[in-house]
Ligand binder design. Structure first.
Ligand SMILES: [Zn+2]
Length: 591
């Protein structure tokens, strides 16, 4: 079976006439939109026709632009050194920013139309894009004057963006001094951090100690960088009229505080179960006082089972079919029609992702398949993303953009189908391995994410008063870890520098880039629990839910299935599934 994807459905090649023509057309369309906003937006006369025109132009442009961009980006992801692809992508990124000004202009104009709610039902086109239009209006209150917007955008290039580039540079060039097998070495940070998964306990501990020591070389510059970014975020969010940076993240996520509070309450209640898991794992590894941070990812149990690519496909398709024919047929189609690039090779990027190509109603998946069980679940995960795209295919491109907390719904759901199937078939040792892996992953998304939320909340609070010193940042991090991990971790061996190595704290436009992960996991688990309860009738509602994720607030999306995410009980039920896994794990491993 072919293990490389085929991108011909987008363009024949980077030099093709089709691509050149589309690029020219895209540039032309940008000019057109600019001119149009200059000419038409001086009065609110004929508002309906004007909105219709704008929507039409946007849709046409976005479809073309995304097609070009996806082709460049996907090519680059398997050919890192393809300069032509790189140039194309850079060119498109530049072009993309040119629309910011006319788009803001339209947004302001739209927000001044007082009877918009009455106008929308008079046009099918407006009606279809009701949510999109209303969101533009709602968000317009946080816009500044045209001049201020320009100044802010320019100052950010030398402010938060520069700080975050510095941080990336510091962590990506940091070399860690480490002694392995009696040999002194200098290794890149990711290589050393990856040793946390090593089967040899000495390697894990040595790597942890070397890693912590290495951060001293960059702690002062990292702290300056973090203080700079968080300070700017506070200033900007005040200028724009947000009550806090967290409020901005919630608005961007289309959810409100009540949902977050309900989820956090349930998470806090579940912590003792996770602590129990960590203490059990500690015991199995011979520790007395809870798990040292360096053994969080230590492998337990083992699997020797390897899958060929064909076996992986069969395994996934077979178990997807127990859920629905549509999902199974979809996955089969993706495998046979070369939507997947699974072959590891030089010049191809690591990890895995899925790109929804809404413009051609297809998706492409990149993975690096080596035959391990986790490679199989990764494929299932990415196929879930692709399936989400398929459920959105008939929606307008302006209704296909879902918020971060809903982004992992379909992927984790599909992953759960496959993992549960594997667990049912596994022998004891293998079952222990799968379970432990799964709980560890969940622990990262629940417990560690909770510690990150606590850390970031405290940093924002203190940053209001002034900069935080390195010692203060370390202290805040340790407190957050103690609160989240409780007696699950050995407090002698925590990780005071997590704020240096996690890039999320340094994205000025995405603050609290942590709780959406917990939302994603728990929402998918909650849906899975519903599926177990409702059986076949769930399937249709599930597809329907995925299809509206780009055009409703989160609470309304979940309501389509009768799920109320403002209720703590919904989150409790999701966490119960993980707690049951912990129970099973403790029982098997105590035998
Ligand atoms: Zn994902």
């Amino acid at each position: 079976m072919e293990m490389r994807w085929n991108l011909a459905a987008l363009y024949p090649s980077l030099d093709s006439e089709e691509l050149k023509r589309d690029l020219e057309m895209a540039i032309h369309e940008i000019e057109q939109i600019k001119k149009w906003t200059e000419l038409e937006l001086n009065s609110s006369e004929n508002a309906v026709r004007k909105i219709e025109d704008y929507l039409k132009m946007q849709i046409s442009f976005l479809n073309r632009y995304n097609r070009l961009y996806h082709f460049g980006e996907l090519t680059l992801s398997v050919e890192a050194k393809n300069e032509k692809a790189l140039k194309t992508v850079e060119r498109l990124e530049e072009l993309g920013t040119e629309l910011k000004e006319p788009n803001v202009k339209f947004q302001k104009w739209l927000s001044q139309i007082s009877n918009l709610d009455q106008l929308i039902p008079t046009s099918p086109n407006l009606k279809e894009h009701r949510f999109y239009l209303q969101e533009l209006v709602e968000k317009s209150r946080y816009l500044l004057s045209d001049k201020e917007e320009v100044v802010l955008a320019k100052m950010k290039n030398t402010g938060s963006s520069a700080w975050s580039k510095l941080q990336e540079l510091l962590t990506s060039t940091l070399l860690v001094d480490i002694t392995i097998d009696g040999e002194d070495k200098q290794l890149p940070l990711p290589v050393v951090r990856n040793m946390a998964y090593d089967a040899n306990p000495t390697v894990r501990k040595t790597a942890y100690e070397a890693e912590l020591k290495a951060y001293r070389k960059i702690e002062e510059s990292s702290a300056a960088s973090l203080n700079g970014i968080k300070g700017e975020v506070i200033t900007e969010s005040k200028m724009r009229g947000y009550t806090s940076p967290l409020e901005k993240t919630l608005i961007d996520s289309r959810m409100d505080q009540k949902i977050l509070d309900a989820m956090l309450t349930a998470i806090r209640e579940s912590l003792p179960s996770f602590h129990r898991f960590y203490r059990k794992k500690a015991e199995m590894l011979g520790h007395q006082n809870g798990l040292p941070f360096y053994d969080l990812f230590a492998p337990i149990g083992k699997v020797d089972k390897k899958y060929t690519y064909e076996e992986a496909r069969d395994f996934i398709v077979t178990h997807f079919r127990q859920f629905s024919d549509r999902l199974a047929d979809f996955a089969e189609h993706a495998f046979t029609h070369q939507w997947i690039d699974a072959e590891p090779r030089e010049g191809k990027r690591g990890g895995a992702f899925c790109s929804n190509l809404h413009e051609i109603k297809e998706s492409r998946i990149l993975s690096n398949f080596t035959g391990s069980f986790s490679d199989v679940t990764t494929l299932a995960h990415e196929l879930g993303h692709a399936y989400h795209g398929a459920c959105l295919a008939e929606e307008s491109i302006l209704n296909s953009d879902y918020p971060m907390p809903l982004a992992e719904t379909a992927s984790i759901f599909c992953e759960t189908i496959v993992k549960n199937a594997a667990l049912e078939q596994a022998e004891e040792e293998e079952a222990l391995f799968i379970l432990e892996n799964d709980i560890s992953d969940a622990g990262q998304v629940i417990v560690d994410i909770y510690s990150r939320f606590l850390f970031e909340s405290e940093v924002f609070k203190r940053r209001e008063e002034g900069s935080l010193s390195v010692d203060e940042l370390k202290e805040v991090m340790l407190n957050a870890q103690k609160e989240a991990y409780g007696n699950g971790l050995d407090h002698q061996y925590l990780h005071p520098y997590m704020w240096v190595c996690k890039p999320h704290y340094y994205f000025a436009d995405y603050n609290f880039y942590n709780f959406p992960y917990a939302f994603g996991l728990l929402f998918a688990k909650g849906l899975y629990a519903e599926y177990l309860k409702r059986g076949k009738e769930f399937v249709k509602e599930y597809d329907q839910l995925l299809s509206v994720t780009g055009k409703m607030k989160i609470a309304d999306v979940t309501k389509t299935m009768g799920i109320d995410v403002t209720q703590v009980d919904f989150w409790r039920n999701s966490l119960k599934l993980i707690e049951q896994d912990i129970e099973t794990f403790v029982n098997i491993s105590s035998k």
